[in-house]
Design a protein around this ligand. Structure first.
Ligand SMILES: [Zn+2]
Length: 269
């Protein structure tokens, strides 16, 4: 069984010490997949200067040499890997970036090129901002050959481009729902990779304020019973002492099994 960690929202605005604060005693055990915003537009949250909350100005990652240097070292040391997390991560009046932007194809291509060039890496994963993808957004990501790490709680064929694998995947998810006694209304994370013609998808368990270790461990155990894998998704900027404690307790729990491997998120695919 494989267990991985994904962390979202690293960008121009991220100071190296913010990542260090949360992961200094984690990334020796398991590399953290940093889902990075290549051309971040500011919004209202801790860690982003208030003068950028509504400026609509976009900040290329390479404009912050301290962060770039830190990220390159983390990657070189095997402490982190990189995923593409949108392009600007901005919200539009009619939806999140990869639901509402009129040019998702350009955003994927330019964002990926920037990330790979600036960080001397080769990202293979896309994490949708707010875990939200329109049918066209998904098609753009799939066309670029990127795998998707989401936090998908449902599977709606009507919300995705159809390919030869869609029906079989729908059926796999439906059978999981049945054997775990859930109805269509119940949320869950499907614990196996879903492969499509040009990409694959895997769902993560969110660690946000209020998430308990018991809840995540229940998700881990359910994945384990089903022969699946497990990935936690969180945001460094909201990880406080309580959330960090939850993260460590879940990793400790997983580490008690001989057959559990803590892996790079890329290995989930
Ligand atoms: Zn995000």
């Amino acid at each position: 069984m494989k267990v991985a960690i994904r962390d979202d929202d690293t960008s121009y605005f991220t100071r190296p010490e913010e990542l260090e604060r949360v992961y200094h005693d984690v990334w020796d055990r398991v590399p953290v997949c940093l889902a990075i915003v290549p051309f971040a537009v500011g919004y209202q949250r801790v860690g982003i200067p208030p003068e950028q909350w509504y400026s609509s100005e976009s900040f290329p990652l390479e404009g912050n040499p301290a962060s770039v240097g830190c990220l390159r070292s983390l990657i070189a040391d095997g402490h982190a890997t990189t995923a593409l997390h949108g392009y600007t991560h901005q919200d539009f009046p009619d939806g999140y970036e990869f639901e509402a932007a009129r040019d998702p194809e350009r955003r994927v291509a330019e964002g990926l090129a920037h990330l790979n060039r600036v960080l001397l890496t080769s990202a293979s994963i896309f994490v949708p901002p707010h875990n939200a993808l329109s049918r066209r957004g998904l098609a753009a990501v799939s066309a670029a050959g990127l795998n998707i790490l989401g936090s998908f709680l449902s599977f709606r064929p009507s919300h995705r481009p159809w390919d030869s694998c869609t029906a079989r995947n729908w059926w796999r998810v439906a059978r999981f729902r049945l054997r775990t006694g859930r109805t269509r209304q119940d949320s869950f994370v499907y614990p196996h990779v879903l492969r499509y013609r040009r990409h694959a998808e895997f769902g993560c368990h969110s660690l946000i304020p209020g998430t308990t270790a018991d809840r995540l461990i229940a998700g881990f155990e359910e994945a384990r019973r089903d022969g699946g894998d497990f990935c936690i998704a969180t945001h460094y900027w909201e990880v406080d002492g309580a959330m960090k404690d939850v993260l460590l307790r879940v990793l400790d729990h997983a580490g008690r099994y001989n057959d559990v491997r803590l892996v790079r998120a890329e290995e989930l695919f």
